[in-house]
Design a protein around this ligand. Structure first.
Ligand code: INI
Length: 163
């Protein structure tokens, strides 16, 4: 029997990309801070010199998946983290944006075989979003943990088509 399980001790050899929506950047910048803090504390170089992390800013959550998919297809990254904040109170478009970004991020992972982490907050209010981006806890940290775990897990799995 084989048990496949990711660990958090190979972080210093992995490469990550973070895609961040500018829309509601009061929230997304805080998620990014939480994310970077977690990666750094697990041994990932986040300093501009020799950084193991690249960044792509996009207008809003709707654009996140397209960019995540292209970065994943480049073959340069062990995991991609998508950060965004879709807030219901601000627009009737909430349902469209939230639905498309979740489907798009899932598709980016399925199509490329690269883990693409869903770090998009979907909340009813700015208050709720801020609570999840640092006032109570910072989910950016959790999203980075998911990326670390998946970046470690994927190379352990049997190669596609292996009998
Ligand atoms: N983008 C978000 O990331 N969050 C939102 O809450 C949001 N709202 O409310 O509209 C939002 N809209 C912009 C959208 O993601 C695209 O950038 C835009 O429609 C251009 O394609």
């Amino acid at each position: 029997m084989t048990v496949f399980e990711g660990s958090f001790d190979q972080a210093s050899t992995s490469k990550f990309a973070i895609v961040i929506g500018r829309f509601n950047d009061l929230v997304t910048n805080k998620l990014l801070e939480g994310c970077q803090d977690c990666l750094k504390r697990h041994g990932v170089n986040v300093d501009p010199k020799g950084s193991q992390v690249d960044y792509a800013w996009v207008p809003g959550s709707f654009e996140v998946a397209l960019v995540a998919r292209q970065l994943a297809l480049s073959g340069q990254y062990d995991a991609i983290i998508c950060l965004g904040a879709v807030i219901r109170g601000q627009t009737p478009h909430f349902d469209y944006v939230a639905a498309e970004v979740s489907k798009g991020i899932a598709a980016a992972g399925f199509q490329t075989g690269v883990p693409v982490v869903f770090g998009i907050l979907t909340t009813d209010s700015m208050q709720q979003a801020l609570e999840r981006a640092g006032i109570k806890s910072n989910l950016g940290w959790n999203y980075a943990m998911s990326a670390l775990e998946m970046a470690s897990l994927m190379p352990q799995l049997p190669k596609l088509g292996t009998p």
